[in-house]
Design a protein around this ligand. Sequence first.
Ligand SMILES: Nc1ncnc2c1ncn2[C@@H]1O[C@H](COP(=O)(O)OP(=O)(O)O)[C@@H](O)[C@H]1O
Ligand SMILES: [Mg+2]
Length: 260
Amino acid sequence: MVTVAVYNLKGGVGKTSAAVNLAFLAARDGYRTILWDLDPQGGATYLLRGRPKVKGGARALITRSGGLEQRMRGTEFDNLDLLPADRSYRAMDLVLDRASHSTRRLGDQLRPLAGRYDLVLLDCPPSASLVSQAALRAARLVLIPVIPATLSWRTLDQVTGLVKELKAPRPALLPFLSLVDRRRRLHRDVAEQLRARLPSLARAAIPISSAVEQMGPRRTPVHTFAAGTPAALAYQDLWAEVAEMALPGHGGVSEPRPPG
Ligand SMILES: Nc1ncnc2c1ncn2[C@@H]1O[C@H](COP(=O)(O)OP(=O)(O)O)[C@@H](O)[C@H]1O
Ligand SMILES: [Mg+2]
């Protein structure tokens, strides 16, 4: 079982949209997938029509063995299960702070599920909290959405810094462009700069798209209602790159489309 985190210190950069769509694509390719919504705002839970769960709260989840299994929920999609967020996640930092080996906890809680699932996607809150540190530590790969318009190298440096503070083995990083507007000069320039200066940047870039926005009111992954749109295809390309990096020897994943 491989864990992939979607992370950025900033909110509104497309983390949750990416986590939901990639989880959907992974499940569709036959990977038994968990989407763990770690953000108390519960965006991923909402998009997958999950019910926020309160019983036992963050404490039980983190400190009790088997805490995750009890909270696992099916979705309407084969192979895709959801660990819904709830408001008690706001207290997760405090719970972790009081627990020993706090940043190891998420990974420890996931371990018993390893035989039953192939992939865990962590939708992280936009913070440098203990929850995020624990998520980064549990991950083999960290996806970092970056919007060209608001790109600050400092944010990327901060994420890299957080990862460097972790004990080895550290996760690989895969930054990708998000909410890209090709009509804007600034976006094209920044995208080029990033490609030149950041060799690890994903080939796939997610364009601004009303189909992605529509995921909110429709509460479903973009591929279920707008599969042929450029954004849906870009998520497929991104998924192919993620699978290549995180699931070596993966099969059944569509090849990335040729550029252009
Ligand atoms: N490619 C996109 N095109 C248009 N709107 C998008 C796109 N990606 C995300 N959004 C919208 O931007 C907002 C923030 O996206 P979200 O995925 O929740 O980001 P985060 O999890 O980083 O806060 C949401 O309203 C979402 O619908
Ligand atoms: Mg989010």
